[in-house]
Design a protein around this ligand. Structure first.
Ligand SMILES: Nc1nc2c(ncn2[C@@H]2O[C@H](COP(=O)(O)OP(=O)(O)OP(=O)(O)O)[C@@H](O)[C@H]2O)c(=O)[nH]1
Ligand SMILES: [Mg+2]
Length: 630
């Protein structure tokens, strides 16, 4: 099924057209028929020649009833835009087009009515030019007369084309039905109707009513007057609800799938202004301006706080079930322009659970951040803003694809997670310094210190060099087995890998490629050297601490004097490490470079010369166990 809303100036023949197409009466009320004008929404449907069913939501054109118009058009994806040939483009034509554009509607048809009263050519050309500037862009046009029936076959053909080319909404999408009518039916209780834009409802499904979040069960389900077991959007649906009085449900409420929507009264939005309706986007976001926000069939008062160009924070008088990426419409009833029409604009909901703006400059920073976001933010955008989020919270924001949780259902922004790991190291180091004899920092204390919402996050952060033992967080012995925890975790992790490499090949310095792969940059390397985790031999060469002593021991066992090539071979390394190492030993006074470029070992660093020279006393390598990286 497909659903199309009408739009257009009062008396331009919208209802007459729906009557002519469907044979149904869209003006349901006696007062409407008496006054010859639509006041509230009308509903009618018929079957196209292709067999597809097409339902209409017929809206009033009169300015006074624009709220009803918005309630009907809000959830509908396509529009039948009506302009009368004799009157041409009128103020509400403009207002309704602005509404269509603010809602971001992309599909529709122009119908020029009353072709029996005037030549439709000029009106058609004028209307198409104006519509081309809207979100509808270029759309087909048909001229009809509801009185003579002229043009109706062409209109039916055009509607069939529109329906055929309409994308099929996702039947698995979360359900949100904005109630546009609620009434009681003798014998069956309360019935609520609405447009289902996407997703599927089944008989016996449980939904919740917003804003009370009271659960209701669907006793019976109808679509276009016929009972059904299940209905998928786009569709008109009538839900017979079990155990609920008619007085607790009315237009503007929504029936939603539990857990899939965020009920919120605070949102951050991007405002798109229609240049014909407002001077600029910020006009609507003027400080503390009281706007009306329309979404679906709902209308609430929204106080706008502008955060920066085109970005505002809205606080709503009543909470609404929203997703990020929802499109809402803002009207400023206070600022009536020359034409008499309130300013209006469309807005995209970027965040349904925005963090408080506590710091000075937070508003501007938020605006800068949000202006870089796409209209439908992803999990990565939201995580970058919120740091940590539960997967279920993200799901309720309308975001289904997310990264793997770090703990339980917690999702983390990678950068935030790294920073938490650093903070944890700092907190732990402070604790260890203050209480060196304690058995570690209790997990709960660590959780509180980092302001984390769940202890499981602390446990998840406790990767080496941290570990959890007996409910307390400890720092494992660092890579070298003796130095403190001053290195950030990523550096320490890289150092640990290097030290393992150097244990198997003690004189093979890691090359630039290896360091890059381990994520160890010049600063990290310098920190590791400062912390005593690595020993710098030259700009390009680092080895484990004690490598100089071990090298001296190896070289001391060679026939003296020895060449650089002999040294390189004995050390089991390449010239890249051997030459700087020999030069290092020369300058440390461990070796002496002779006139013929050969060398002799003079003394071992920290070891009396005779010890090294005496073959009986010469120790096995590594000379000083523990420092050489055991
Ligand atoms: N001659 C002629 N009259 C028409 C045609 N279509 C509608 N009318 C008349 O125009 C008047 C208004 O028609 P409606 O269908 O009520 O107009 P509407 O756009 O639904 O008006 P609102 O719902 O109040 O905005 C009625 O008297 C109709 O009979 C047409 O094609 N030709
Ligand atoms: Mg009407």
């Amino acid at each position: 099924m497909h659903v199309v809303a009408t739009a257009g100036h009062v008396d331009h023949g919208k209802s007459a057209l729906i009557r002519a197409l469907t044979g149904m009466e869209p003006d349901r009320w006696a007062e409407e028929r008496r006054r010859g004008m639509t006041i509230d929404l009308g509903f009618a449907w018929f079957t196209l020649p292709s067999g597809a069913q097409l339902a209409f939501v017929d809206v009033p054109g009169h300015e006074r009833f624009v709220t009803n118009m918005l309630a009907g058009a809000g959830p509908v994806p396509a529009v039948l835009f009506v302009v009368a040939a004799d009157e041409g483009w009128m103020p509400q034509s403009a207002e309704h087009l602005a509404v269509v554009s603010a809602l971001g509607m992309r599909r529709g048809l122009l119908v020029v009515t009353k072709s029996d009263l005037a030549d439709p050519a000029a009106t058609t050309a004028d209307a198409l030019t104006r519509i081309a500037q809207s979100s509808l862009g270029e759309i087909p046009a048909v001229a009809v007369s509801a009185v003579t029936g002229d043009g109706l076959p062409a209109l039916i053909g055009a509607l069939d084309d529109l329906v055929r080319s309409s994308p099929q909404p996702d039947p698995g999408a979360p359900v949100r039905i904005w109630v546009d009518r609620a009434f009681s039916m003798t014998g069956s209780g309360t019935v609520a109707t609405g447009t289902l834009p996407a997703g599927t409802v089944h008989r016996d499904d449980e939904l919740v009513i917003t804003p009370s979040m009271r659960p209701v069960r669907i006793r019976d389900l109808q679509s276009l007057g016929a009972s059904a077991d299940a209905v998928s959007g786009t569709a008109r649906v009538a839900l017979n609800l079990r155990g609920i009085g008619k007085d607790v449900i009315h237009r503007g409420m929504a029936l939603v799938q539990a857990g899939r929507w965020t009920l919120t009264d605070l949102v951050d939005v991007r405002i798109f202004a229609d240049p014909d309706q407002t001077d600029d986007a910020s006009e609507l976001g003027r400080a503390a301006a009281a706007l009306t926000l329309h979404v679906g069939s709902a209308r609430v008062i929204a106080r706008a706080r502008p955060l920066g160009p085109g970005i505002a924070r809205l606080s709503l008088t009543d909470p609404l079930p929203l997703h990020v990426g929802d499109r809402v419409l803002l009207r400023d009833p206070g600022s009536r322009r020359a034409g008499g029409w309130p300013s209006l604009a469309g807005a995209m909901v970027l965040d349904v659970s925005p963090p408080p703006l506590a710091r000075r400059g937070a508003a501007a920073a938020t605006a800068r951040l949000l202006s870089t976001w796409p209209d439908v933010p992803s999990a990565a955008h939201l995580l970058a803003r919120h740091g940590l989020m539960r997967a279920s919270v993200l799901l309720a924001m309308g975001v289904t694809d997310h990264p793997n949780p770090v703990a339980g259902e917690w999702l983390a922004d990678p950068e935030h997670w790294r920073s938490l790991s650093h903070q944890l190291g700092e907190v732990l180091a402070r604790h260890t310094a203050a209480e060196p004899l304690s058995a570690g920092l209790p997990i709960e204390a660590a959780r509180a210190a980092l302001g984390l919402p769940d202890r499981r996050l602390v446990t998840a952060l406790a990767t080496p060099p941290f570990r959890v033992s007996c409910g307390a967080l400890q720092i494992m012995k660092s890579a070298g087995g003796q130095s403190g925890p001053d290195l950030p975790e990523p550096v320490l992790a890289a150092v640990r890998v290097l030290r393992a490499d150097l244990q198997t090949a003690p004189f093979s310095s890691p090359d630039a490629d290896r360091l890059r792969k381990l994520g160890l940059d010049a600063r990290g390397l310098a920190a590791a050297v400062r912390a005593g985790e690595l020993m710098r031999i030259s700009d390009q060469v680092v080895l484990a601490p004690g490598a100089d002593v071990a090298a001296a021991a190896v070289l001391g066992r060679l026939e003296q004097p020895f060449t650089a090539a002999q040294a390189r071979e004995a050390l089991g390394t390449t010239r890249r490490t051997a030459i700087p190492l020999l030069e290092y030993l020369d300058s440390a006074g461990v070796t002496d470079r002779l006139a013929d470029d050969r060398r002799v070992v003079r003394q071992l660093p920290g070891v009396p010369a005779q010890l090294a020279a005496d073959p009986e006393l010469r120790p096995a390598e590594p000379l000083v166990r523990g420092e050489a990286g055991s």
